[in-house]
Design a protein around this ligand. Structure first.
Ligand code: FEO
Length: 391
């Protein structure tokens, strides 16, 4: 796709990836993604902001040359080192060896480690500026959105915020702007839940830094450019990242494996308790769902309950497969339950895995020998209710 002017002397020069099904071999996408790169031309100097994934580097450089001779590029701003944005950096830097790379200190270490070479770079910090001639780029540190290196770049005169991964979405929009594409709100929320929610406190810190700015357009590194009501995205991020004081609106996901139906009975009783406690509840039978459904159930959950039978003194393979997404439980209230026959190790093994990824573990005490009794199911309901109220 050819570069497109998005403002006076500001161009989108990124790459579309509509056929992508799974981002980073981890995150399912419903409509591909884009790698948004931008070119800013001042009266004296020019800057590129982020590049594109490595597999596109030839077409990326070809597109860029439709806007400018590469030798006219003075700066390459790297808002974040992750390879979906820096994958074409080496090729671009080789093409314009005199260009100065501008990035945060952590980013400088990451890009050199990714490329195994030094760069002609200058580390920038909070509030530093670069004057391109009528276009001033100001750098705003946004660490842990979602890597330690992340920063925003703000073009003062044009009121454009280049926000890197923040406010983005894995949603390929050939028309580029949010006012020209179909509703992608679900993808916008899933992206937040998976990538930003683990760093909610950092999201709030970054929003404090931009709330006083005049912003006419937010230009993220993935998905549509927010030309229509960019502040709505900021409001949503702030709302989603702020601690909720009520259970209402929160969701518990119960994921379970049940060899003989006993653990399922516990899951159903827990779900009754969760709903009685005021939270919504998704009950997911692991072996009946595809990995995408498991992923989304964990991504959208505010709390997670894992249930498993014990098979051959271990949790069974479908549980270990689902635990491949255990990182999505980081920071979330989480507990484990299950029925067993003659040993019962699954609960402690699953708890160990979840503890290792930083889940906020709560001991359910719900480990039942074979078929749960009425008293056991009452205990499940009570635990589910208390779990929901404690979210
Ligand atoms: Fe889109 Fe964190 O890279």
């Amino acid at each position: 796709m050819k570069p497109i002017a998005i403002h006076d002397n500001v161009f989108w020069c990124g790459m579309l990836h509509p056929e992508l099904k799974i981002f980073d071999d981890l995150m399912p996408t419903t409509n591909g993604t884009s790698y948004n790169s931008y070119f800013v031309r001042g009266s004296e100097k020019c800057a590129v902001i982020d590049t594109a994934k490595h597999i596109f580097q030839e077409s990326y450089l070809s597109g860029l040359q439709l806007i400018t001779p590469l030798e006219d590029i003075d700066y390459i701003v790297v808002n974040h080192a992750e390879p979906d944005h820096s994958g074409s950096l080496r090729a671009l830097a080789d093409a314009v060896p005199n260009a100065t790379i501008l990035c945060s200190k952590p980013c400088s270490m990451f890009i050199e480690a990714l490329s195994n070479r030094p760069y002609n770079l200058k580390v920038v910090g909070e509030g530093d500026t670069v004057d391109l001639g009528g276009k001033t780029l100001r750098f705003i540190m946004a660490p842990l959105l979602h890597w330690p290196d992340t920063m925003f770049t703000y073009c003062e005169e044009d009121r454009l915020l280049f926000s890197c991964d923040a406010f983005g979405s894995h949603f390929c929009a050939p028309m580029l702007f949010n006012d020209l594409c179909v509703d992608y709100g679900r993808d916008f929320r899933v992206y937040y839940d998976v990538i930003m929610k683990p760093f909610a406190a950092k999201v709030v810190e970054a929003i404090h830094k931009i709330e006083g700015l005049h912003i006419d357009m937010i230009c993220p590194s993935h998905g549509p450019i927010l030309r229509r009501d960019p502040w709505n995205a900021v409001r949503l991020y702030k709302e989603w990242s702020s601690p909720q004081v009520t259970v209402e609106g929160k969701t518990v996901s119960i994921l379970y494996f049940s060899a003989h139906g006993c653990t399922k009975k516990m899951a159903d009783a827990l779900a009754e308790g969760v709903r009685a406690g005021g939270a919504a509840c998704d009950v997911v039978h692991i072996t009946e769902q595809d990995s995408e459904s498991l992923f989304h159930a964990l991504a959208r959950a505010d709390g997670v309950l894992w249930g498993s039978s014990t098979i051959n003194r271990d949790a069974p393979p479908p549980i270990w497969s689902a635990l491949g997404y255990a990182g999505l439980c980081k920071g979330k209230p989480t507990a484990v339950f299950g029925s067993y026959g003659w040993s019962g190790e699954a609960k402690k093994y699953i708890e160990g895995r979840l503890e290792a990824v930083g889940a906020k573990m709560q001991d359910s005490g719900l480990r039942v020998n074979l078929s749960p009794s009425d008293e056991d199911l009452d205990a499940c309901r009570a635990f589910g209710s208390a779990f929901a109220k404690g979210l």
